[in-house]
Design a protein. Structure first.
Length: 544
């Protein structure tokens, strides 16, 4: 919707068919439904009306044309109800049941009765609204296990999607630009404060400049099959806990361009949402777990652009709802504040902090992965792990056991060389994307440490060695326990530990000048986090 086509949302509402509001009011009567209903609860968004009846929820589409969606005719609304059913059954087949016709009259409607349809609704299995993840987070009940589950679900979902057809326009640089600019066109008439208008102009200019810089990468990602028919609206309010499991629902059905997107765009949305909700730790945990599963580290170079884009989407949604005529003063003020908060987050994300290249150093069992996990959550970083990338190079899953002996199988010298080369390539992708990278490997050979110090110099970013150490008794106990469990990506056993200790190159005097030591006999995440923040400040590298 161009500026010349933009219409005031309140005017749009007055142009709706006169009976829509009356229909929704009439559907509050339990007698309208073909099953026992005690009472009906009405929930409204900027584009939908949801009627909760206890057993089922019925979702109606508002007869709106907002440019990025068009529900203006009954045929349009039926089509998009069917699309909503098709698309959401990919992730939540037991929640999305069918599409039902509403017959009768707008003052006396009937759900699923004989007669000519006057409206359509998506019928869903109703769930407890308190289980929605935005509410769970607000109550402090969203756990790291939930975040890991989401990462696994999204990664598996993306892996099962076909790539956009080569002849389609989905994912081209132009198609990526169009919805980004549309956000600014649609927000501009809805924002009154001069400071917000100035910020909108600043973000518009940044988006255009970044798009020009990344245009060839958008096209490369499309060519390589990363543009797929995704969910399109992946944030916490579209996820719910049911029977202890996270379910993802309410994907974009109304505009294929908004769901045929780069998978990195989708991952960026949830990360942005968690950042906006002041849970940067969970945002970085999600991103890192998703990347560890998918191996899609080249997509990191697009994350900042897409997080800004997604913040603008949420700002627009809040502004559109605030402008609708049925919104009360208090709700309008809350929505306007939400819009402004997303604009401020977008501005923050455009300010690229200087990334650093950090390598972990230590024997098996020293706690390198725990240290790096704590750092990435509290500082904001992307981690690449040798144990995972080594297995990926050999076509093995994270938890697969190669049963390789020391110096054989996937642990030969040539495999070591290939693994560290991959780590260097991925580290370069991350730093060029504007993010600090944590390279989690033993780095016991001085020549490998020098390789990454040289890479940092080439990239022009700060470099540090994170030396992780623990008492020998602690190392042996951890390695033995981990080997017995067989659930970690590392396959190190006591024989490997003994060989590492005998063959390692000690840190040189020069290396120790840029080394931060973490003592992990007793793993204390708060201490690790404080150390990491101090290190980043000394390096002059930003914390997101």
């Amino acid at each position: 919707m161009t500026a010349s086509q933009t219409r005031d949302v309140a005017l749009l509402e007055r142009e709706w068919p006169d009976g829509h509001a009356a229909l929704v009011r009439a559907l509050l009567d339990p007698q309208c439904y073909p099953h026992p209903v005690g009472s009906v609860e009405h929930i409204e968004t900027h584009i939908s009306d949801l009627l909760l009846t206890g057993r089922y929820a019925y979702k109606l589409k508002k007869p709106l044309d907002l440019g990025f969606l068009d529900f203006s005719t009954l045929a349009d609304r039926r089509f998009f109800c069917l699309e909503e059913l098709r698309l959401n059954r990919r992730l939540a087949p037991d929640l999305y049941l069918d599409v039902v016709a509403i017959t009768g009259t707008r003052s006396h409607p009937k759900i699923g009765a004989e007669g000519d349809p006057i409206e359509y609704a998506v019928r869903m299995r109703q769930f407890d609204q308190n289980g929605m993840l935005d509410r769970a987070l607000a109550r402090g009940e969203l756990t790291t296990a939930h975040v890991d589950e989401i990462a696994r679900s999204v990664a598996a979902f993306h892996a099962g999607l076909p790539a956009a057809p080569p002849e389609s326009a989905f994912g081209t640089a132009d198609s990526v630009m169009q919805p980004a600019l549309q956000n600014f066109d649609q927000l501009q008439p809805l924002i009154d404060r001069d400071a917000d208008r100035a910020l909108l102009r600043e973000l518009n200019a940044w988006t255009r400049a970044q798009h020009e810089t990344l245009a060839s990468l958008f096209e490369l990602r499309r060519r390589d099959g990363f543009v797929r028919e995704c969910h399109g609206d992946l944030h916490l309010a579209n996820m719910v806990l049911i029977d202890g499991r996270v379910r993802i629902f309410d994907c974009i059905e109304f505009n294929p361009q908004l769901r045929w997107i780069d998978v990195a765009n989708e991952a960026a949305f949830l990360a942005m949402d968690l950042l906006q909700r002041q849970r940067a730790d969970l945002a970085w945990r999600f991103l890192n777990r998703y990347l560890e599963i998918t191996g899609d580290y080249p997509g990191v170079r697009l994350l900042r652009y897409y997080m800004v884009y997604r913040a603008m989407v949420r700002a627009k949604v809040a502004a559109l709802r605030a402008a609708q005529g049925d919104v009360g003063r208090s709700a309008r003020q809350s929505l306007e504040a939400k819009c402004r908060a997303h604009l401020m987050l977008a501005q923050h994300l455009t300010t690229t902090a200087e990334p650093a290249l950090l390598i972990l150093h230590g024997l098996a069992g020293s706690g390198k992965t725990t240290v790096s996990q704590t750092i990435l959550e509290h500082v904001g970083a992307i981690r690449v792990r040798s144990d995972l990338e080594r297995k990926r190079l050999h076509g093995l899953a994270e938890a697969a056991r190669s049963d390789s002996e020391v110096g054989s199988g996937i642990y030969t010298p040539s495999s070591d060389t290939a693994t560290y080369k991959r780590l260097a390539d991925l580290a370069q992708e991350v730093v060029r994307g504007g993010f600090t990278v944590l390279v989690d490997a033993t780095f016991l050979a001085g020549i490998k440490r020098e390789q990454f110090r040289s890479l940092a110099a080439k990239l022009g970013c700060p470099f540090a060695i994170l030396h992780v150490e623990a008492a020998e008794s602690v190392l042996r106990e951890r390695v033995a326990r981990r080997a017995a469990a067989g659930t970690d990506a590392s396959e190190a056993n006591l024989a490997v530990l003994d060989r590492q200790r005998a063959s390692q190159d000690p840190l040189s005097v020069e290396e120790r000048s840029w080394t931060e030591t973490f003592h992990t006999d007793h793993l204390d995440r708060a201490v690790i986090a404080r150390q990491a923040r101090g290190l980043m400040q000394r390096l002059g590298s930003g914390i997101i």
